[in-house]
Every structure is written in C-alpha cells, then in structure tokens.
Design a binder for this molecule. Structure first.
Ligand code: GDP
Length: 213
C-alpha cells in the first residue's frame, strides 16, 4: 500500500470520526442525489465483503446492510461522510446464475452513473484476496477503463490468508491490471474483520479530498 504520513493517517481518521449517514438509494440516473464534494464508489462481486468494508470504515455495524438484502432491486446507495465525502455503494455483481436482463440492467445503471458523476474521484474495486480476479470481474474492469474513471483494487478478507498468500495475490492482480489505463498501480489489502488496511484506506480518501480542495 502507498505510504502515508502520520498527518495523512490522522486526516483519514478525522474524516470518518464524525457523522456518517445514509443519503438515499437510486435505481436510475434520475434518482441520483445532487453531487456534493468528492465522491468515491465501491464496486465488487456479491459476497466480496463490500458491506462489511463500508461498515468497518464508518464504524457502523449496519449502515450498509440496507443495500444488500437479497432479491432487492439493484440500487446505488449513497452515504454522507461528515459532509466532506459521498460514498456510493454499487450493487454487487457476478451471481453465477444471473439472468441476462439483470446483467444488462446492472451494466446500464453503472455505466450511466460513471458517466454522470463529475465529482467521482475514484472507484474502489473490491476483490476477495482468497480468489483474486475472476472472469466476472473483467467486464467491470473494461467498463471502468472505457469510462476513464480512476480505479484502485482493494483486496478484502486478508485475514483469511496464510503467510505469503497475500503477497502472491497482490503480485498476480498487479500483473493483470498493469496495462489497464484507468488502474491505479497500488493494490490495497484490507480486513474488515481485523481492521487491517483501514487507516490507510481512510488516509487515501482524505488525500483525494485534499488534492481536489
Ligand atoms: P457483500 O455482499 O460484498 O456486501 O459482502 P458482505 O460484507 O456481506 O460479506 C460477505 C461475507 O464475508 C460475510 O459472511 C462476512 O462476514 C464475510 N467477510 C467480509 N469481510 C470480511 C473480512 O475482512 N474477513 C473475514 N474473515 N470475513 C469477512
């Protein structure tokens, strides 16, 4: 992970130390909240640990659960972080048996969102560190490259790996994204369960805000 100074780590801590609240869910472009400040989005296969990560970042156990009730309409869910940052939790993808219309609806919603949000600073694409990149992640990488939105890979569930496995996963993901124009070259590793990588991820978001101030 990128090195952060003590003051950047502190800025990250402060960013998430205040009020974090659910803004709204949107099923279509018309329903998006007004753009406000810097926005960051989280994407990933279903079950990758996206709700757990949002909850670990915000220190709330249930904040992101609204988005993940099985069978619900695919929604973009927006959270306000202390009035300084908007987080967008994208609907999970990659159900093995997902019907084509559902995949098409997901792609349309996400593509429209990526094109519409001028304040979107980065997409964090979550990848389960036990599995690495899967075939279902590749169209999403293509979508991000096509939209020209800067994205960074965040490995989840790092606590489940044996020593050495995390490094191997980081290396294979790094090699896979090397030629992707929109990919941020640093791979972040996290564990929502143990808190690993959280201070750095918060600091990275604080840095994105500072860069755009
Ligand atoms: P989502 O579908 O991407 O929102 O995934 P969830 O956040 O609901 O997590 C899916 C499963 O992975 C749940 O059983 C979580 O408890 C588990 N999980 C998520 N993050 C971690 C983690 O950092 N470590 C471990 N060991 N399990 C995790």
């Amino acid at each position: 992970m990128t090195e952060f100074s003590a003051s950047e780590i502190e800025a990250g801590r402060l960013l998430f130390a205040g009020e974090c609240s659910f803004i709204k869910g949107a099923v279509a472009l018309e329903g998006l909240p007004e753009t406000a400040g810097v926005e960051i989005a989280f994407a990933g296969r279903s079950n990758v640990g996206k709700s757990s990560l949002v909850n670990a970042l915000t220190g709330r156990k249930t904040l992101a659960k609204v988005s993940n009730t099985p069978g619900r309409t695919q929604e973009l869910n927006f959270f306000d972080i202390g009035g300084k940052l908007t987080l967008c939790d994208m609907p999970g993808y990659g159900f093995a048996s997902a019907p084509q219309p559902k995949v098409r609806a997901w792609t349309k919603l996400v593509l429209e969102y990526l094109r519409a949000r001028v304040n979107l600073a980065r997409v964090y694409l979550l990848i389960d560190s036990r599995h690495g990149l899967k075939a279902t992640d590749l169209p999403v990488l293509d979508l991000l490259d096509k939209s020209g939105v800067s994205f960074q890979i965040v490995l989840t569930k790092a606590d489940k790996l044996k020593p050495g496995e995390l490094e191997a996963c980081i290396e294979s993901v790094r090699a896979a994204i090397r030629k992707r124009p929109a990919a941020f070259p640093v791979i972040a590793a996290t564990s929502s369960e143990k808190g690993d990588g959280m201070p750095e991820l918060k600091a990275a978001m604080a840095r994105l805000i500072a860069e755009r101030a």
